[in-house]
Design a binder for this molecule. Structure first.
Ligand SMILES: NC(=O)c1ccc[n+]([C@@H]2O[C@H](COP(=O)([O-])OP(=O)(O)OC[C@H]3O[C@@H](n4cnc5c(N)ncnc54)[C@H](O)[C@@H]3O)[C@@H](O)[C@H]2O)c1
Length: 349
């Protein structure tokens, strides 16, 4: 007996790590980040259209594993992501991820993608997009504290979207800084290596903190931050895991993705639950001010929200159609007679 062919919907386009790297390199990293930022900006503008919930986090002694779902009328997306600061000591990534985009109409997945590389790109795209609204005009110098996996992506995004071309690097591990210096000098940045976080922030208009430590760390103290600086704080993203002294938060105008999640995970977990914050989607829609004076200290208290991953998956889905940057994955059982799942199994014997 001949077996019926599986339906086309049974095969889900899969973007492997190898194909993601080919796609990013074929597009150009900065162009990729700029295009992705366009998708994120578009989705922030239609924020009320999305189902939103703080991510579901499963905490353990050494790390966290999270599911990040969201949906609009057309698509449902989720990302699986972990955060294990101790991993690098054992030769593993701190953060790994993969994600799915599905059709709301059928419930069938339409994309499965690696998201470790994509998360670094989307986090950087979001940071720099926000930087466009909050960083001081004409900023050229960025301090980068924490020179691990996210570091170079952040730098490229801030050059592509905000014109940053001078970097001041600091990491407690000099090997991480040397790695970042090599990668970034090869990309044409002017790089200064600093001996402390204090030294790194001197003369910087933007301060990016992207350290990984499973505790209330104090990467920046109040005296280190001067008027007019923009802080892009991405490393404090879990309960009990922060980077900034609370006094900085009291002086800064604070901008967040989704307050319900950021109050649990972000720097503002150190403040009263009703401390005023501005939602970025309102700034992007022109409904709330971004930076309103040259002296203001602005803070993007980034934790990473599901809509950014949804935008990233939507962008990848649009880019891979009709290309060989994906391969069909035999992932969904889809018998010709939808009620004969068992018969399909029998015919496969
Ligand atoms: N907000 C978001 O959307 C988002 C997205 C991805 C990652 N993250 C977070 O960003 C952080 C960095 O991620 P990564 O993948 O680059 O991690 P990583 O482990 O590759 O790099 C972190 C670096 O921070 C350095 N570091 C630790 N403590 C430090 C300190 N006190 N001062 C200076 N440097 C210090 C480490 O030596 C390491 O080089 C993590 O905390 C991660 O959870 C946030």
């Amino acid at each position: 007996m001949t077996r019926p062919d599986p339906s086309p919907l049974a095969f889900v386009p899969f973007v492997s790590v190898a194909n993601m790297m080919r796609l990013v390199n074929a597009t150009g990293t900065e162009s990729f980040i700029s295009e992705l930022a366009g998708y994120i900006e578009e989705d922030f503008r239609r924020w009320p259209d999305f189902d939103k919930t703080p991510r579901l986090a499963s905490h353990s002694r050494d790390g966290v594993i999270e599911l990040m779902p969201t949906a609009d009328a057309e698509n449902y997306g989720f990302k699986y992501v972990n955060g294990h600061p101790k991993n690098t000591r054992e030769g593993y990534q701190t953060v790994t991820a993969f994600g799915v985009l599905a059709s709301v109409a059928t419930g069938y997945p339409i994309l499965l993608s690696e998201m470790t590389v994509l998360t670094a790109l989307r986090t950087a795209a979001t940071s720099a997009l926000v930087g466009r609204y909050l960083a001081p005009k004409g900023a050229q110098v960025m301090a980068m504290i924490g020179n691990g996996a996210q570091c170079e992506f952040q730098a490229l995004a801030f050059r592509a979207l905000c014109g940053i071309d001078r970097l001041r690097l600091y990491d407690t591990d000099p090997a991480a800084t040397q790695k970042a210096r090599r990668n970034l000098a090869a990309r044409g940045f002017t790089v200064v290596i600093c001996k402390s976080a204090q030294e790194a922030v001197e003369g910087a208009e933007i301060i990016t903190t992207c350290t990984a430590d499973k505790q209330y760390a104090t990467i920046l103290t109040d005296n280190m931050v001067g008027s007019g600086q923009h802080i892009n704080a991405i490393g404090g993203d879990c309960p009990g895991k922060t980077e900034l002294h609370p006094d900085i938060l009291r002086r800064a105008e604070i901008f967040v993705e989704y307050p319900e999640q950021t109050r649990i995970e972000g720097e503002i977990q150190q403040l009263a639950p009703d401390h005023p914050v501005t939602e970025l989607w309102r700034v992007i829609r022109g409904e709330a001010p971004g930076r309103s004076s040259a002296e203001q200290i602005t803070l993007f208290d980034s934790v990473g929200f599901a809509i950014e991953d949804f935008s990233a998956l939507r962008y990848i889905h649009a880019k891979i159609g009709g290309t060989d940057f994906c391969e069909p994955l035999d992932m969904l059982a889809d018998p010709d007679d939808p009620r004969d799942l068992f018969g399909m199994l029998e015919r496969a014997r």
